[in-house]
Design a binder for this molecule. Structure first.
Ligand code: AMP
Length: 535
């Protein structure tokens, strides 16, 4: 049965390696994970171009070894990022597709489509994935889809959030809310547990979300009445299964060099095949202690064969796993909570299936059993669908009663003392939406203008933080230093997106900006992009 005249709000987990879409079903009184064309509930976050068509999802993944340089993956790692970013540069070296720099340090992906060379931004590639999910949802639901809640890593900066929102717009979606991935998982977990009459008045829940490309931790409280309140978040937007695969690939490249005296690292096809084999071996090693990687004719007609043990895998990734635990520790410290006060530790994300990760986390929580009651791959989309229904006034009583209080992951501020030091207006882990005003004074005699620059980050010196944007407020009347006052106001909405305005108190002169992110899309951009992928 479909709902005439009403579109269905959906929740989308736009993952680094896989994406997932879900919706609330009134007739079944629960959320359903919506299958793609192939009937699978998770869709590879991949896009490929060839001579005749554009492929998204499974189709793109299946042809990667034949068309490696025209198959894009991991694009989430580029969202809202700068080309010069050191970590992005490292990723670029390992990707078989080409990424170049465009104006304003913006990374662009170069692909060949129907004989023509085209450049795509990360938002554009992500929008193709979102459009594919939207269409799969429409086909399954039998209703048009417009409104969507999209999830982002808790640790995404303002720019990364804006880029995600823009990707949604490009895909023809109305992004009603961005929600942090661990919060979405907590919603899925919380809703499930709230049905239990023995639910205590308040539960402290720690969500450990290790996916393909990003890692998030989140400390929350869930009350019996359905209030989910985030206390602290932490993590790393560049840590996940892709890094573990890469460590395995690097090891294999070295082994090949040792045995065959040949370097395969510059051969996109060989590297693509090796990556696929390593990812599979990694998954095997979650359930068995040894496996082997066998690839026929990997490079210049030479086969590759290597035995891989779980111990070797753990040794190669020991530093990454250690980092995960350090983030967990920091998050508890930020939230002022002792380990023994955490009631449930919830695992989310495909990489939490790794036994060593589970073992280290269990040991960190002094032997506490880890909760695997929600499906690691689907929980985030599930929670997003619940929020989509909640915001649209759909759902049952539990969904309607749900109240979410999220936090901002990074501090927001402006520079002071000759643009050197960070003056924080909104500290990290502040509940959102939030607003904060501060008065600043001129630093020079007869200063004509004042620059309001907006930074995000935790460092004392602004040069070490992320510059989000800046603007000048001019027309200051002549006056001695310290006399003219500017009121600066930061307000951050429920999506974690920032709006800044400044007012010169003596004249009432005002300026304001919404921090646009690296990929603010105009109508023109959308049209250009649609033309680019028309075929
Ligand atoms: P997600 O972003 O949550 O979809 O997680 C995807 C990541 O989980 C990818 O890097 C997968 O290789 C990884 N993954 C999925 N299943 C397993 C498994 N059984 N063992 C280890 N890693 C896995």
């Amino acid at each position: 049965m479909s709902r005439i005249g009403k579109t269905t709000p959906i929740g989308i987990d736009l993952g680094t390696t896989y994406s997932c879409v879900a919706a609330w079903f009134d007739q079944h009184n629960h959320v359903e994970i919506l299958p793609n064309e192939q009937g699978n509930t998770i869709t590879p976050s991949r896009v490929a171009f060839n001579n005749t068509e554009l492929l998204v999802g499974e189709g793109a993944k299946n042809q990667i070894t034949r068309n490696a340089s025209n198959t894009v993956f991991d694009v989430k790692r580029m969202m809202g990022g700068r080309f010069s970013n050191v970590r992005l540069q490292k990723d670029i070296q390992t990707w078989p597709f080409t990424v170049i720099e465009r104006s304003n340090d913006k990374p662009m992906i170069v692909l060949e489509h129907m004989g023509a060379i085209k450049e795509f931004s990360a938002e554009e590639i992500s929008s193709l994935i979102l459009k594919n999910l939207k269409e799969a949802a429409e086909a399954y639901l039998g209703t048009p889809v417009r409104d969507a809640v999209i999830t982002v890593p808790a640790y995404f900066s303002d720019k990364q959030r804006q880029a995600t929102k823009n990707a949604g717009i490009l895909a023809g979606l109305n992004v009603i809310r961005l929600i942090n991935e661990p919060t979405a998982a907590a919603v899925a977990y919380g809703l499930d547990k709230l049905a239990d009459p023995r639910h205590p008045q308040q539960k402290n829940v720690f969500v450990f979300d290790l996916g393909g490309g990003t890692f998030d931790v989140s400390l929350l409280t869930i009350s019996k009445e359905g209030v989910i309140r985030v206390i602290a978040v932490g993590g790393d937007t560049h840590l996940g299964g892709e890094d573990f695969d890469k460590a395995m690939v690097d090891h294999c490249v070295e082994e090949f060099k040792k045995k065959q005296k040949k370097d395969i690292s510059k051969n996109a096809r060989a590297m693509g095949r090796l990556k696929v084999a390593c990812e599979k071996a990694k998954r095997d090693l979650s359930s068995t202690t040894r496996t082997s990687i066998e690839i026929d004719s990997l490079y210049e007609g030479t086969d590759f064969s290597l035995k891989f043990t779980r111990a070797k895998f753990e040794e190669l990734n020991a530093d990454f796993f250690k980092k995960c635990i350090e983030h967990a520790e920091n998050c508890l410290r930020d939230g002022n909570m002792q380990k023994h006060n955490v009631d449930d530790v919830v695992l989310v994300g495909g990489s939490t299936r790794i036994p060593k990760v589970q073992q280290m986390l269990r040991e960190f929580f002094d032997g506490k059993p880890l909760s695997k009651s929600i499906k690691a791959d689907e929980a985030v989309a599930y929670g997003a669908a619940v929020l989509a229904a909640n915001l649209s006034g759909d759902g049952n009583k539990a969904v309607k009663d749900l109240l979410l209080q999220d936090v901002t992951p990074l501090s927001l501020g402006t520079s002071v003392e000759f643009e050197k030091y960070m003056s924080v207006l909104i500290p990290r882990n502040t509940h959102i939406p939030a607003m904060k005003e501060e008065i600043y004074v001129t630093t020079l005699d007869n200063q004509k203008a004042i620059t309001v620059d907006v930074y995000q980050g935790e460092c004392g010196k602004v040069k070490d933080n992320i510059l989000l944007d800046e603007f000048d407020l001019d027309g200051i009347p002549p006056a001695p230093a310290g006399e003219e006052k500017v009121k600066v106001c930061f307000s951050i909405d429920a999506n974690g997106i920032l709006d800044v305005n400044a007012e010169l108190l003596s004249t009432g002169n005002k300026r304001s900006i919404v921090i646009a992110g690296s990929g603010n899309v105009s109508k023109d951009d959308i049209e250009k992009m649609l033309k680019k992928t028309d075929h």
